[in-house]
Design a protein around this ligand. Structure first.
Ligand code: NAD
Length: 295
């Protein structure tokens, strides 16, 4: 089986760096235009180590982009009422244009209620039902960051016109699979969504011009599931132990994908795009709240 050629590897790290540089320039121009600075509030409840790393990284990159970052680190025993009260304050704070509550929340908190409390116009994660509804009905929405990043990578490879292509999305979560399918539909792709109860998954995948995989199952997609010339976006992040070492792999058997036209590696593919798209969503939210456009 052919190995993936260097030119077929979609470098998400490099693409995200370019996007962040563009965002920084846009922030400068918006500050001049409005006299205001876009601001992102990130709320962390408890001390989950992975969540703390993500929040730290979001904070640093927000500052690096020239935006204001408001970091709230609350104790693990924070009550539902206390968390809701913080969100209510952030909802009306004119300095805050985007609000993100880091998930997962401790088990005693009602995640759905917390997300629905966020003002949809500040919901930069795009998880509020209003944003899901706006996306699925073609209204201007804040769209979950990971699928937005996947679409950017796809268009970078395939050009801006994806119409008529057959896209297969593996996974139907509210965070990745469903919004990804909606975005591809909005691009006039023919979209098939595959999930854990689908009966003929390999056969469906073999028909895909675009294959987006978000199952959280290491090596799920084998080489013979991929149509020659397809573009493959591997969203999966799985930690596996091999040869006494721990490493991160995706959902696609990367070494078997040499006949794909292009594929994202894991790590270094979709992952770096997510924070860049979060900042892009914060800019979008700022522009809508202040009725300005980006030049
Ligand atoms: P999830 O567990 O909520 O959903 C997984 C989906 O995959 C489900 O719809 C399930 O039906 C489907 N699935 C599971 N096993 C399957 C199988 N054998 N065949 C077909 N479908 C199957 O997960 P999620 O939140 O959507 O995340 C999916 C993966 O993407 C995870 O590995 C996660 O870590 C990763 N992820 C990465 C980023 C990023 O920034 N790169 C962001 C979000 C999620």
């Amino acid at each position: 089986m052919d190995r993936v050629a260097v030119g077929a590897i979609i470098d998400g790290k490099q693409f995200a760096a370019g996007l962040l540089a563009d965002i920084k320039l846009e922030v400068e121009s918006l500050k001049e235009k409005t006299g205001k600075t876009p601001g992102l509030a990130v709320v962390l409840v408890g001390a989950d180590p992975a969540s703390a790393v993500y929040v730290g990284s979001k904070h640093r990159q927000t500052i690096a982009a020239g935006m204001q970052s408001f970091k709230y680190e609350l104790p693990a025993d924070t009550s539902q009422d206390e968390l809701m009260a913080l969100i209510d304050r952030l909802n009306v704070d004119p300095e805050v244009h985007g609000i993100l509550v880091q998930l997962p929340l401790p088990a005693h908190l009602d995640t759905h209620a917390v997300i629905q409390e966020i003002n949809p116009d500040k919901d930069v994660d795009g998880f509020h039902v209003s944003n899901a509804g706006r996306l699925s009905t073609g209204q201007p929405a804040l769209v979950p960051c990971t699928p937005v990043g996947c679409l950017m990578l796809l268009k970078d490879r395939l050009g801006s016109d994806l119409s008529g292509l057959h896209a297969v999305v593996i996974g139907k979560s509210n965070i990745v699979g469903k919004p990804m399918a909606q975005l591809l539909l909005a691009e006039n792709c023919t979209v098939t969504v595959v999930h854990s109860r689908t009966k003929n998954t390999p056969e469906l995948c073999r028909a895909a011009d675009i294959l987006v995989v978000a199952a959280g199952r290491p090596g799920l997609v084998r080489g013979d599931w991929i149509k020659p010339g397809a573009v493959v976006i591997d969203v999966g992040i799985n930690r596996i132990e091999a040869d006494g070492k721990s490493r991160i792999v995706g959902d696609v058997a990367f070494d078997e994908a040499g006949h794909a036209a292009a594929i994202t590696p894991v790590p270094g593919g979709v992952g770096p795009m997510t924070i860049a798209c979060l900042l892009s969503n914060t800019l979008t939210a700022f522009c809508r709240q202040h009725s300005v456009t980006i030049d």
